[in-house]
Each structure stands twice: as C-alpha cells, then as structure tokens.
Design a protein around this ligand. Structure first.
Ligand code: MRU
Length: 347
C-alpha cells in the first residue's frame, strides 16, 4: 500500500491559536487534498490521495476523521476513482472498498451511495460538500438557542470544522453560543485513546476565545458531582430510527453520568448521520481498532507485551439518555420514533 504524498507541512511554531487551519478536504483536479488530522496540534500537514489505497488508508488511519468529513472526502474520492478507473467492475470494487473503510459512521456509505447514483459524480460530491456548510450553520443556529448564558459544558471527541468539512456540529453550536456573547465554559474530555479532545477540540475552542478546561474522560463524574456542569453536547456517527446513537467511545458513560446528575445531554448531528434502515442501536456496527492504541500511549508502550485489549472506537447511547437531537431541521425531542420519523420522511 502506497502512502499518501505530503503536499505541504508547516512547523508547530506557525500553528498558533489565532492561525486558521487549511480546509479539511479539497478537490484539486487530479487528487483529493486533505488536512492530516493525525499531525495536529503540532504540525499542519496537508496531503493528497489519488488511489483507492490512499483514500482508504486516509480514512482508516483517521488522517481524515469525523463522520461528515469522512463522507465528503469519500465522495470526492469516488468521483476521482471514476475518472482514473475506466473499467466499470474495477471502479465499483474500488468504490466499495472506500465505502467500507470504516464501519460505524453512516455518513460514509450515505455519501458514497449518493455519488454512485449520480450522473455527474464530481458535481454530486461538490453538492455534498456545499450542503454540509449549510447544514452545520443551521445546526449551530438551532443549538445556540439551547445554550444558557455562561453555560458550563462537557464535550467529548471532536466535532468541529475539520470533523465535518463544514462548520462543525456540537462544536459549531458552542462556537455559535460564543459568537452570541454567551461566554460558555467548556470541559473538554481528552477522549481516549486517540485524544481528539486534547489535540483538536481544546485548540479549536480556545482559538475562538472560548474558555476551555481539559480533563481526562473519567473526570466527568467529579465535574458533574461538584455542580460544575450545566449540559453535555456531543456529535454522532450513526443514529437509529429510535434515537439510539453511536458516537466516540466514552459517550455512553458520559450519558449515564449526565442522567444520574440530572444534566441534559444533547446530540448535534446532520440528517446524513441518521440511518433510516435500522430500528435500534443493536444493529449499529461498532468498529474495533488495533490494540496498540490502548497498549501504547504517544507511541510509547504502557502495557506488557502479552496484554490483551478491548478497543471499540464507538459505543451506543440508548435514546432514553438523550435529551434532544439538534439537526438542520430543528431540535428533535422524544418520542424519537415520531420526531426522527418525521425528518426521515421529508428527506
Ligand atoms: O473516530 P473519529 O475521530 O472519526 O470519531 C468521531 C466522532 O465520534 C464524532 O463525535 C462524530 O464523528 C461526529 S463529527 C461531527
């Protein structure tokens, strides 16, 4: 498998909070460019994918990550492969590999299927990308209304601009509340084992002037017990028809804690993260990743060679622990079979 070619790198010194990140994903004519999120926050590395191997590798290694962003990247990727693989069966096989590069985020299959059914695949990929901007803006606007003044918020994983290739979902809501002058304070869960919270959310929020406090995931209980938290807001990788929601591992624990402490938990997610084909969370495939993500930390071994490990990348939060969904169609409240059913019917 060939590695993706690096287009440009910038040293950490240039990556000051006020500096803007390059686009998460961009079409450049004969490749799909992407920001390699693995290098953040120490390096801004932009790379290019041209082949099916490179597209799959970028998604599988989380160089490109976040459910909607994976969808946008894969959409351009499939449009690119259509041009470079003239033989139909070979093209379909390559597109299928991209579609299966990660199993949990339904946005990936949704975007690939949309592109495959279009006459002009590149135009369809561009539409998916442009729609994400509009969808995220709507989610941010609906969500900001739910955030009280000076709210103390826990968020988990990273749901900002580079996770969607738009403006972000849960982080987009927090940033909109900040722009509205509400001065939120955010406890950022570090998000074991790949630290999307420490590496990405903390930086993005602080760069926008939001007060941030980084905490290990297991500190959420004491933060809540000390009455330091008003609400929790997270994103989603796949939502079933009944509202059961897969998101980054640790979200379920956070939801149980929030319910125990009487704290609302909101899920901000676009329609493309809702899977009309599944009734409940039991049917959501959960990605399990390399045990080295658990047995090593920052490349250094932290467990014995023989240690076995359980490393699910996601968990499923049962719908009854979710206060509301914030979507581009508005805020969905229980009973979810009805409110989710309605957006699935109109879209
Ligand atoms: O493994 P990752 O980093 O792709 O997981 C991402 C998440 O779990 C996000 O919360 C989700 O994809 C929503 S991104 C707007």
């Amino acid at each position: 498998m060939t590695g993706p070619s690096t287009v440009a790198t910038v040293t950490p010194r240039a990556f000051l909070p006020e500096s803007k990140l390059p686009a998460a994903v961009a079409w450049d004519g004969n490749a799909v460019r992407y920001l390699d999120q693995r290098a953040l926050p120490f390096e801004i590395r932009v790379a290019s994918a041209r082949t099916a191997d490179e597209i799959v590798e970028a998604i599988a290694t989380l160089a490109v990550r976040g459910a909607p962003c994976i969808g946008v990247f894969a959409a351009y990727g499939v449009a690119l492969l259509r041009r470079s693989i003239p033989e139909d069966a070979a093209f379909r096989a390559a597109a299928a590999r991209v579609r299966e590069a990660r199993p949990t985020a339904v946005n990936l299959a949704w975007a690939v299927d949309r592109v495959l059914s279009a006459d002009d695949m590149l135009a369809e990929a561009r539409s998916i990308h442009a729609e994400q901007e509009r969808v995220d803006a709507a989610i941010a606007a609906y969500g900001a209304e739910l955030i009280p003044e000076a709210a103390r918020i826990i968020t988990h994983c990273h749901t900002g601009a580079i996770a969607t290739a738009g403006g972000g979902t849960a982080l987009g809501v927090i940033l909109a509340a900040q722009r509205a002058g509400k001065r939120p304070v955010v406890y950022v869960n570090e998000t074991r084992p790949l630290l999307q919270g420490s590496r990405l959310s903390e930086l993005e929020l602080r760069s926008a002037g939001v007060e941030t406090i980084l905490q290990v995931d297991s500190a959420a209980a004491i933060s809540m017990a000390r009455n330091a938290v008003d609400l929790v807001i997270v994103g989603a990788d796949r939502v079933a028809r009944n509202g059961d929601t897969a998101n980054k591992i640790g979200t379920y624990a956070l939801a149980v804690l929030a319910a125990h402490h009487g704290i609302p938990l909101y899920v901000a997610a676009p329609r493309s993260s809702f899977d009309a084909s599944i009734a409940d969370g039991e049917q959501i495939p959960i990605e399990e990743r390399d045990k080295r993500e658990v047995t090593h930390f920052g490349g250094a071994r932290v467990a014995a060679d023989e240690a076995r490990a359980f490393n699910p990348a996601f968990d499923v939060t049962p719908h009854h622990l979710i206060t509301a969904f914030i979507t581009e169609y508005g805020v969905l409240r229980p009973p979810y079979s009805e409110s989710i059913g309605e957006i699935l019917r109109v879209s």
